[in-house]
Design a binder for this molecule. Structure first.
Ligand code: GYE
Length: 325
């Protein structure tokens, strides 16, 4: 009887295998999916939410991916923990959207030693050895800042500018380079000065808070250079409450970074003067780099996403409504 069951079991197994390999392919199991460990830095802004969506929409199971995402809630320590868990899991590749630029040497060396490739997305990391990651895809933040400064120069030739600088989270590439562009611009112009530098951590709530506090002591400025849209939304609320006018014909010219649909709408309505685009839809670029990696092709070390500037003249309602973020 026992023998009969063993034979039955064996027969069932043979039939199962025959079914799997009928078309010559390996059996369809989860292990076949290409596993991506993705450490997202947080969910502080509309930009970030769109970036997360872009990754989720790109790396679907029907395309053969298993996207394992961890949200670090703006804490670099959480990113280290996520990356270490991806190593233990033995994922096929790790994608990191880093919070801070510094501090990555140790954990990236651990990933390197485990033989897992790393793609850095959005911001950058500053490590002693660039071989610790495969490639960095993201925005040219210095270029964005420089374009904003050039635009301001063109708009205000000879005018005395008192610029209030609302900064993103200190130590992130987006903050460091957008700030550098403005600081260089101020040094290069005798008629430009900084009215103040305040930090809004890339969030609407902190943008509002920092702006409200600043306005309680100083309202003498005519430009707001805000390092992301969400901080701009908060700052605008504070300006409204303080009765300070802005945009077309107002006291304060506003420059904002990201160009989300809500900011473009403000620009179209004459409330914001310049939107510097920062494109969060980076999933497809990451996918292309992964394709190149899997095909054994040469991979560029740095890939920049294409981005534009928008003033009211560049906008139509149709363009704004067509924006998915
Ligand atoms: O501008 C901001 C976000 O790193 C490009 O971070 C990103 C910046 C973006 O929170 O909205």
């Amino acid at each position: 009887m026992k023998r009969f069951f063993s034979i039955l079991l064996l027969a069932a197994y043979v039939i199962f295998l025959a079914g799997c390999f009928r078309d010559g392919s390996a059996p369809e199991t989860d292990t076949e999916l290409f596993v991506i460990g993705f450490s997202q830095s947080g969910s502080e802004s509309d930009w970030r939410l769109a970036n997360t969506d872009s990754m989720i929409e790109t790396f679907t199971e029907d395309k053969g991916y298993d996207l394992q995402m961890e949200n670090a809630k703006q804490q670099q320590e959480n990113q280290f923990a996520a990356v270490r868990s991806f190593i233990l899991e033995g994922v096929d590749i790790i994608v990191i959207a880093p919070t801070m630029e510094e501090g990555w040497d140790t954990v990236l060396k651990e990933v390197y030693d485990a033989g897992i490739p790393v793609i850095i997305m959005d911001r950058s990391v500053n490590v002693w050895n660039d071989d610790l990651y495969l490639t960095n895809v993201g925005s040219d933040f210095l270029g964005q800042g420089n374009r904003a400064v050039e635009w301001l120069e063109g708009q205000t030739e000879g005018e005395e500018l008192k610029i209030l600088h609302l900064q993103g989270t200190y130590g992130t590439t987006a903050q460091l380079l957008r700030s550098q562009a403005l600081e260089d611009g101020v040094s290069a112009h005798d008629n430009w000065e900084l009215a103040g530098q305040i930090c809004g951590d890339f969030t609407e709530a902190k943008g509002y808070e920092a702006m409200t506090e600043f306005l309680s002591e100083n309202t003498d400025f005519n430009v707001l250079y805000s390092e992301n849209d969400n901080m701009t939304f908060g700052a605008i609320r504070a300006l409204d409450e303080a009765g300070i006018t802005y945009g077309e014909g107002g006291q304060v010219r506003i420059i904002t970074f990201d160009a989300t649909s809500a900011a473009l709408q403000l620009c179209f309505d004459g409330k914001v003067d310049l939107c510097v685009e920062c494109n969060p839809l980076q999933g497809p670029s990451v996918e292309e780099l992964i394709r190149q990696y899997r095909a054994g092709e040469d991979i560029p070390k740095q890939v920049y996403i294409e981005e534009a500037l928008f003033t009211k003249d560049d906008l139509t309602q149709e363009l704004i409504d067509g924006r998915t973020y």
